[in-house]
Design a protein around this ligand. Sequence first.
Ligand code: NAD
Ligand code: WQD
Length: 342
Amino acid sequence: MKEKILVTGGTGYIGSHTAVELINSGYEVVIVDDLSNSQYEVLDGIEKITGTRPVFAEFDLCDERALTDFFAQHGDIKAIIHFAASKAVGESVQKPLLYYKNNILSLILLLEAMQRLGIANIVFSSSCTVYGQPDQLPVTEATPFKPAESPYGNTKQVGEEILRDNCRAVPATQAISLRYFNPVGAHASALIGELPQGVPGNLVPFITQTAAGIREQLLVFGKDYDTPDGSAMRDYIHVVDLAKAHVIAVQRLLSGQQKSNYEFFNLGTGKGLTVLEIIEVFERVNNLKLNYKIVDRRPGDIEKIYADTALANQELHWRTELGVEEMMRSAWKWQQHILKNA
Ligand code: NAD
Ligand code: WQD
């Protein structure tokens, strides 16, 4: 019998890639998503890639009755990967209550349901945003959190604290928080990828939309950062490498390999790249010229961050396999797929 894994937010960007990797690793995947930031057709992409259509339940995880009804049918779930959350940093400043409600309430209701049903295992989507601008680079898991820059960032800090406290209080619970750096790229098939709504706030979707002619010009925010070329530096990670780390985290929970019942890991490549370096790679591998202009810093942006990945390498036996060229190639292939199917 295949072990059943609940993927919340499984039609979203990272969730859909993780669903593919879970199915390919022999798990049964059940997706819950309210489609507030994704589309039903993503299930077709997952099915085309894997040959298996995941079970899908459309509801809001903050709807406690719907959650109870769902678990009445799926009490045999062995582990949960909790991706579902609102994630737009700027919007969270405008609508903090929406972010606190959606991101925190959904987590609490899930943890309560797990306790009621005796489901022990959860993997939580955290973010490098919990570190703010660290005093030392690369950032290790021991690097202290800085006060959150946004309500969104705060939901990730509080989410981790809720998990830690709950693991202390309920020793049967096992949790892993994964702190993603900057996920980019798409599945090599170009059948699933990132589907930003409206004007993208993130760099890579803005690059691909500019190359596609949807946006006139990319603005590169900042030219006087303390980096080799003055533009800001991030640790970009291929979404498929990130998805594979989730499968490993689930296996770790299911096989009882945890060192303590609450663990947290950085997921990045360990290498910082500047905005201008990303543009250079995008242009080179896709044989394109991008219309861009260097302008002032974006308020709230940090200068540079990249991960120390030693803990994830050693404990999870996980390493990134796909480099920045593959990130930029797959991102552009995905953008072309969207254009063709629009
Ligand atoms: P996404 O928006 O593509 O996916 C999230 C999915 O959750 C969406 O399909 C959305 O419809 C669903 N959802 C949201 N609220 C819901 C609710 N109440 N009930 C049911 N479904 C709900 O985002 P993503 O980029 O795939 O991010 C996944 C997770 O990773 C999020 O928790 C995000 O905060 C975290 N994260 C993302 C990044 C990034 O840059 N993409 C970086 C670090 C952490
Ligand atoms: C990357 C770099 C921009 C757009 C955000 C969230 C963070 C995390 C990841 C979830 C920066 C520059 C961008 C543009 C640009 N998400 N840029 N022109 O800021 O590292 O982090 O996503 O947890 O919480 O804050 O990612 O993709 O927005 O920006 O020059 O049009 O690209 O200034 O240096 P960021 P990003």
